[in-house]
Design a protein around this ligand. Structure first.
Ligand SMILES: *Cc1c(COP(=O)(O)O)cnc(C)c1O
Length: 354
């Protein structure tokens, strides 16, 4: 029965206490640093019932075993630590800035070598996989919204004995389950769509194999990049409505893309065809983009994404953003408000650019 459950059902029902008389409906927030000796948990850095409930739900949604982390970056740096010294990591030329900075930092310190690739060029990625120990994928990429041929790249990477990691933050398990496509590890910034309310920082790793689970759990135990129980509770509470929120946000994104296409102030609209992240390139470049993000009342000028509210920012305002991202590119995280209000606010801001 469990195997046939659909994502919307899993999100609502997974990670609940047993259905016995007087059991609570939700796993309580367990505030404790230690446990009575002799059991499985022993100490607060090794496990917490509030993490376990979140992990059960996310694990079932992704089709693997999940581990909670303090943030997306805590999950990412723990996974990058899997490779041996001087090993080659293949990664997208466009990806989450923190991932790029972490790779650059590890490379500068001689810990590993990295090779950045255009993930839309499957042939080039496959060729780059040859000497790789780990292939890092993000699809869609941030903020270029490029798509990788995951199945083809997984096959090539596995031929070389490399791990394949997919940052599934943008797609979420609602639209993409990389473990089913053969990936070894999925990472999430649960800060974004999983939690969905811009009120928590948390990360997660999901793996298909018990062996990798053991290795990564061991690293988490030692490195200590663990979330608080309250964060895990909030993340699970948010996850309950993930499929519902994604459905609404994606419908809004599709309609917004339709209306933005051909707008005189918009030279290019990038949308991968699913999810709720949209990037636009302003016809009149960086200056018009900077003006636009200050002229709205509903759209919130802020970094981050995946909340119920619509947010946007010009990505090149960040020094670390690659120069291959256009200066006038605005990344939009489309929220779940009424599309007519979303559009009225944005289109009025366009009209007042002058
Ligand atoms: C935000 C983000 C991260 C980092 O997550 P934090 O929770 O901020 O540490 C990693 N990958 C992607 C795609 C992100 O959007």
């Amino acid at each position: 029965m469990v195997d046939s459950r659909k994502p919307a059902t899993i999100a609502v029902h997974a990670g609940r206490p047993d259905r016995a008389a007087d059991q609570p409906v939700n796993v309580p927030i367990t505030m404790t640093s230690t446990y009575v000796a002799g059991g499985e948990l022993e100490y607060g850095r090794y496990g917490n019932p509030s993490w376990a409930a979140f992990e059960e739900a996310l694990g079932e949604l992704e089709g693997g075993r999940a581990l909670s982390f303090a943030s997306g970056m805590a999950a990412i740096t723990t996974v990058l630590d899997l490779v041996g010294n001087d090993a080659l990591v293949v990664a997208p030329q466009h990806s989450y800035t923190g991932t790029q900075l972490a790779l650059g930092d590890l490379e500068a310190r001689g810990r590993l070598r990295s090779k950045l690739v255009d993930i839309t060029d499957t042939e080039a990625v496959v060729a780059a996989c040859e000497d790789a120990a780990l292939v890092w994928l993000e699809s869609p990429t941030n903020p270029a919204l490029e798509i990788a041929d995951l199945a083809a790249i997984v096959a090539a990477a596995h031929d070389s004995g490399a791990y394949v990691v997919v940052d599934n933050t943008f797609a979420t398990p609602v639209y993409q389950r990389p473990l089913e496509l053969g990936a070894d590890i999925v990472v999430h910034s649960a800060t974004k769509y999983i939690s969905g309310h811009s009120d928590v920082l948390m990360g997660a790793v999901v793996v298909g194999s018990d062996e990798l689970y053991g290795v990564l759990k061991g690293r988490r135990d030692l490195q200590g990049a663990i979330p608080g129980p309250f964060e895990a509770y909030l993340a699970l509470r948010g996850l309950r409505t993930l499929p519902l929120r994604m459905e609404r946000a994606a419908a809004n994104a599709v309609e917004l893309v339709r209306r933005l296409d051909g707008h005189p102030e918009v030279a290019e609209v990038r949308y991968p065809g699913f999810g709720a992240m949209v990037s636009i390139v302003m016809t009149r470049g960086a200056l018009a983009a900077d003006l636009l993000v200050h002229k709205t009342q509903l759209w919130l000028h802020a970094t981050s994404l995946g909340g119920v509210e619509s947010t946007f920012e010009r990505r090149r305002r960040w020094k670390a953003e690659p120069t291959t991202i256009p200066e006038g590119l605005i990344r939009l995280s489309v929220g779940i408000e009424d599309i007519e209000d979303i559009w009225a606010d944005l289109s009025s801001a366009f009209d007042r650019l002058g």
